[in-house]
Each structure stands twice: as C-alpha cells, then as structure tokens.
Design a protein around this ligand. Structure first.
Ligand code: PXP
Length: 250
C-alpha cells in the first residue's frame, strides 16, 4: 500500500503570525502541498492559537480537496469545533501551554474515562480519530480499549537521538517504534507516525510496512525556505517511496 504523506502547515501560520497580517497564508501552502503530491493536510488548532487560527480551519475545510486532519487537545472547546467543522480526521494530542511543540505522547492509559466519550462523539460524527502516543505497549493497548481506530506514533525522541548522533538511544527508540507498530497493527489499529521527521528519518521509517501515513511539518516548511515547498514535498515523497521499496525487499 502506498504510504500517505500528510503535510502539517502550522508553521506557515507561525511565520504569518510573527507580523500579524495575512501573509504567508497557510491555506495557500496547503493547496500548493496538495498540487505537489501530498495526500492530506494536517493543522493543529492549539488552545492559545499561537499558529493556526479558527478561520484557518474553516477555510481549509472549505477550500482543500484532500482530507483535513485536525490536531487537537481533548477539551470540550476543541470537541465542539471538530463537530462543527467535520474534518476527515482528528488527531488527539496532549497540550501544555508552556511547551514549544507537542513534547510527549498522550497518556491514554491514564485518561481512559475522559477520552472514551470524546472518541465516541467524534467517531459517531464520522470523524476518524487517531491518538498521538509513544510506542509503548501500555498506551497501544489503552488506545485499542478506548476504541480509537488509529494511533500516531510519536517519533520525536527517535529523531532527536538521530540528530544528536546518539546511536544507542536512536537504536533503542527505533526498536520501540518498530515493535510498537507491529503490536498496534496486530491489534487491528491503523498506524501513523510523525514529529521531527526529515528526509533521512522519513526514508528510514517508511520501511516499516505497518505504517500507512506520515505527518510532517516543521522540516518541510523550514526546507521550503531554501528549495521551495513544491520541490521539498516532491523530495520527501521520493524519500518515502525509496524507504517503502527498501522495506519491501527486507
Ligand atoms: N504529528 C503530530 C501529532 C504533531 O503534533 C506534529 C507537530 O505538530 C507533527 C505530526 C508534525 O511534527 P513536525 O512539525 O515536527 O514535523
């Protein structure tokens, strides 16, 4: 199966918000990303609206012709927005005001009672729910228990270890991701992955056959400054295709 690429356009909005105007427009970036061959658009409406704003979500839903994945915290406010907007998918993420980015995975095991009704309401509305978790057995089993159809494995710790050149840590994290993806698929969960991926890590992780979607943002937007968004997405697509083909041969 062809691995899907979801492009996260949050940081186009970060640059826009630095000056407070309308430029650069994340919806324009989303359309360009789709024209370059991505399979969906991801946007995180944070509680503090530091990048994506409510009207970006409304416009994305109205103007793009590929699936919209709304990343959101498990709050009543975000649930209401999701039910009103009806994105194709909602990825539930943990959120702390003071963090620079989504730093850890969701504690599904510890929040069963809060998450199960939220997931049920989103699912009843036809929204495909995914839970952003570390590749830990406890969290994967909890995700199945709360009836989430999809998990997204947090690849941040692995990508940090690769970037730091820490081979032992990278190997430990890689095993964790590989084993977690296998376990989740065995339990009938659809497996996505994301956070911190670049050309090299995306190519490596594409070799895991259980993973059907990668969500990538910061690297693509940063690299677009040098190479253009269109070219950057095409190169990412090619890296993923190479990784998938390599995985099929092992
Ligand atoms: N997936 C999820 C659930 C995320 O929260 C993020 C970051 O917003 C990403 C993927 C993309 O991470 P990055 O911007 O580091 O590529």
């Amino acid at each position: 199966m062809r691995l899907r690429l979801g492009v996260n356009i949050d940081h186009v909005a970060t640059i826009r918000n630095a000056r407070g105007g309308r430029h650069p427009d994340p919806v324009r970036a989303a359309k360009l990303a789709i024209a370059a061959g991505c399979d969906g658009i991801t946007a995180h409406l944070r509680e503090d609206r530091r990048h994506i704003r409510d009207d970006d979500i409304t416009r994305l839903k109205a103007e793009i012709d590929k699936p919209l994945n709304l990343e959101m915290a498990a709050t009543d406010e975000m649930l209401a927005i999701a039910l009103r907007t009806r994105p194709h998918a909602s990825c539930i993420v943990p959120e702390k005001r003071e963090e620079r980015t989504t730093e850890g995975g969701l504690d599904v095991a510890g929040q069963h009672n809060a998450l199960a009704p939220l997931i049920a309401k989103l699912s009843d509305a036809g929204i495909r729910v995914s839970l952003f978790i570390a590749a830990e057995q406890r969290q994967i089993e909890a995700a199945a228990k709360v009836r989430a159809p999809v998990i997204e494995i947090h690849t941040g710790a692995w990508c940090d270890a690769l970037a730091d050149g820490s081979r032992t840590d990278a190997e430990v994290e890689w095993q964790r991701i590989r084993d977690g993806a296998k376990l989740a698929a065995k339990m009938g969960l659809e497996v996505h992955a994301g956070h911190g991926l670049d050309y090299v890590s995306a190519e490596m992780i594409s070799s895991l056959p259980q993973i059907v979607e990668l969500n990538i943002g910061h690297f693509l937007v940063g690299e677009a400054v040098f190479e253009g968004l269109d070219n950057t997405i095409r190169r990412m697509r090619a890296a993923m295709d190479r990784g998938r083909a390599a995985g099929a041969h092992t």
